[in-house]
Design a protein around this ligand. Structure first.
Ligand code: ADP
Ligand code: MG
Length: 233
């Protein structure tokens, strides 16, 4: 059984008489432990899909099974538990709490979940042991994003969801951050989904899902994903 099974997932938004279909009849599967990239232009429906996978939103119709359980029928309370226990999020803007140190930001996330990872080991995993006592404003953008990755990974999530994680970073820093995500995923066996509008970055995925105009254009399985060191954009 695939770890993620999305079947005929549709999400539309109504604003007055205007109906926007953000995801139209999406069907795909993802194997446990895969690093998946979702590629598509701005407005294609990528964040809508990620939010649904992460239990921040629910589809208008269709099924979204995670580990055999259909989360599309979850109550708000079940969704809260799912987000807390099963999902780690990394966003374009790091969303760290400014008056907590790097370590405290990670610790806070680890406290809301059962079965959390060790905070210091997780900071070491993202290469930030020596910056643990710094506040976000004392860290570079790349370091702040690594704290955000540590915060997500410390929850020991089944699913790590990253929405344009390098969108605010320069080229080299972006590459380093993607490497940290990939290494953390492979070391912990976490299933990872990375949203990007950059087709070069997408080649790091074991699976590349192209979305355009709310629909899936193609699903490509990479037997040999391109190593990040070889990716140029
Ligand atoms: N909460 C919402 N209410 C109304 N329209 C939305 C909402 N969220 C997304 N949309 C619309 O759905 C479409 C897809 O948006 P989004 O998933 O954010 O695309 P992407 O992340 O690929 O840029 C866009 O037309 C966007 O305006
Ligand atoms: Mg988006």
């Amino acid at each position: 059984m695939a770890y993620i099974e999305v079947t005929h997932e549709t999400r539309s938004f109504r604003n007055g008489d205007q109906l926007t279909v953000a995801n139209r009849d999406l069907t795909f599967t993802v194997e446990r432990g895969a690093v998946v990239t979702i590629l598509g232009p701005s407005g294609a429906g990528k964040s809508t899909l990620l939010n649904i996978l992460g239990g921040m939103d629910s589809p208008t119709s269709g099924q979204v099974k995670i580990d055999g359980v259909d989360i599309s029928r979850f109550t708000p309370k079940q969704l809260t538990t799912y987000r807390r226990q099963a999902v780690g999020f990394v966003f374009q803007f790091y969303n760290l709490i400014p008056n907590l140190t790097a370590r405290e930001n990670v610790e806070l996330a680890s406290q809301i979940t059962q079965d959390a990872r060790d905070v210091d080991q997780t900071l070491a995993l993202v290469g930030l042991s020596d910056r643990a006592r710094n506040f976000p404003a004392q860290l570079s953008g790349g370091e702040q994003q690594r704290v955000a990755i540590a915060r997500a990974v410390a929850k020991n999530p089944k699913l790590l969801l990253c929405d344009e994680p390098t969108g605010a970073l320069d080229y080299q820093t972006g590459k380093q951050v993607l490497q940290v995500i990939q290494d953390a995923a492979k070391q912990t066996g976490t299933t990872v989904i990375i949203v990007t509008h950059n087709s070069a970055i997408a080649q790091m995925g074991d699976q590349v899902i192209r979305i355009n105009d709310a629909q899936i254009q193609s699903v490509h399985h990479n037997a040999h994903p391109t190593p990040l060191a070889d990716i140029e954009w």
